[in-house]
Design a protein around this ligand. Structure first.
Ligand SMILES: *Cc1c(COP(=O)(O)O)cnc(C)c1O
Length: 370
């Protein structure tokens, strides 16, 4: 499934250190309460691509606004893909990231689907190291905090014709992230969208592209209006099977300890957290089924006691217990019920590996600061 690398050489970088880098005191004040996606580090990575030269001009430059032509293709046709991963500070001060080669390969698959050029796995990982080399001090050290890294790629050719762009740019920016659940992990309510879909057969559901998010924002508004944190989408063909949330995959825990998650149909984003949860569950000897799950199975399973826990997973929030599903004339579960035991224990095991508190038995960690 891995796409072919289109560059056979490692990119070499030019560095332009920022003259406006925040002083230590200012940085520490931000790191004390970073929130999520609000503050950005002092630098960013940029690599250009065009049809004749391929990838070239790799550089780390001061973080700042881009100058773009108003006719830049991405602004009109949304030819854009992105990734999300985290840098974790371990107790000895070292900086690590989690399964970056999986993000690199997914970026290649997303790029392929959006007719964008592919960046090699090595160049992807090197781009993270280059940013951390200058901005490593932005990786916070308080429990459950991290530096969220956002690589992205878009068509920046000045051209209004409709075709794959001949000029593309790849960027990496980073944003310190506080503990997602500052008050302790609490179950969330989610909203079932019956009117809107996020993906269809042959569409871009398995690509991590901004366009998928654009179409999820209106149902997300509906979710907020109904007191819910996120939207759950059904498959667009039958309207019965559960696909995933707007930005997270979903798991059901059965009373036997078995885990069930929707199978990857091409409409579902292949989450790296999802894959890691499956591996950790199998390591424990638990059965894992990847198959269709209908809303009816969820409803009846909760009523009969067959389904005991439900959780969502993704890099940003790791594992989030789902207390209740609400929809038009529908309510399943209880938002006030405590978080499930297996949900919380898988969450702890995964974060313990990420923060270096448990052995990395699957070779999932890559050191970024050495
Ligand atoms: C990124 C994303 C996920 C989660 O993927 P991870 O690799 O686990 O972070 C799930 N669904 C969608 C739609 C996503 O964009």
């Amino acid at each position: 499934m891995a796409a072919q690398d289109t560059t056979s050489f490692p990119l070499s970088y030019n560095l332009t250190p920022s003259t406006a880098a925040r002083a230590e005191a200012e940085r520490e004040a931000i790191l004390a309460d970073p929130g999520f996606g609000k503050h950005f580090t002092d630098h960013m990575v940029v690599v250009d691509w065009d049809v004749t030269e391929g990838w070239h001009d790799a550089r780390v430059v001061p973080y700042g606004p881009l100058q773009m032509d108003p006719a830049s293709a991405v602004l009109h046709y949304a030819q854009e893909v992105f990734e999300g991963l985290k840098a974790y500070r371990h107790a000895d001060g070292s900086i690590w990231t989690f399964r970056p080669e999986a993000n690199a390969r997914r970026l290649q698959r997303s790029a392929h689907r959006l007719a964008l050029p592919e960046l090699s796995v090595d160049d992807f990982i090197e781009s993270l190291r280059q940013l951390i080399a200058l901005d490593g001090d932005w990786v916070p050290s308080a429990p459950e905090t991290s530096l969220y890294i956002r690589p992205f790629m878009f068509a920046n050719e000045t051209f209004l014709g409709v075709r794959a762009a001949h000029r593309v740019a790849y960027y990496v920016i980073a944003s310190p992230a506080g503990a997602y659940f500052a008050q302790g992990v609490a179950p969330v309510k989610i909203w079932l969208s019956t009117e809107y879909s996020r993906a269809g057969r042959g569409g871009t559901g398995a690509a991590k592209c901004g366009g998928n998010y654009a179409s999820s924002l209106l149902p997300q508004v509906e979710a907020y209006e109904n007191g819910c944190a996120q939207v759950l989408f059904l498959d667009s063909e039958s309207g019965e099977h559960i696909d995933e949330l707007g930005g997270m995959n979903i798991f059901f825990v059965h009373k036997s300890g078995k885990l069930v998650t929707p199978a990857l149909t091409g409409a579902i984003l292949e989450g790296i957290t999802r894959d890691s949860v499956i591996t950790l569950a199998k390591d424990r000897g638990l059965e894992v089924e990847e198959r269709h799950v209908s809303i009816n199975e969820w409803k009846e399973g909760v009523a009969s006691g067959e389904i005991t826990e439900v959780f969502a997973c993704g890099t940003a929030a790791v594992i989030t217990p789902i207390g209740q599903l609400l929809g038009n004339g529908l309510s399943i579960g209880d938002a006030d019920a405590p978080a499930g035991e297996l949900t919380m224990s898988l969450r702890k095991e995964l974060t313990d590996i990420q923060y270096g508190r448990l052995p990395d038995r699957h070779g999932w960690l890559t050191r970024l600061d050495a």
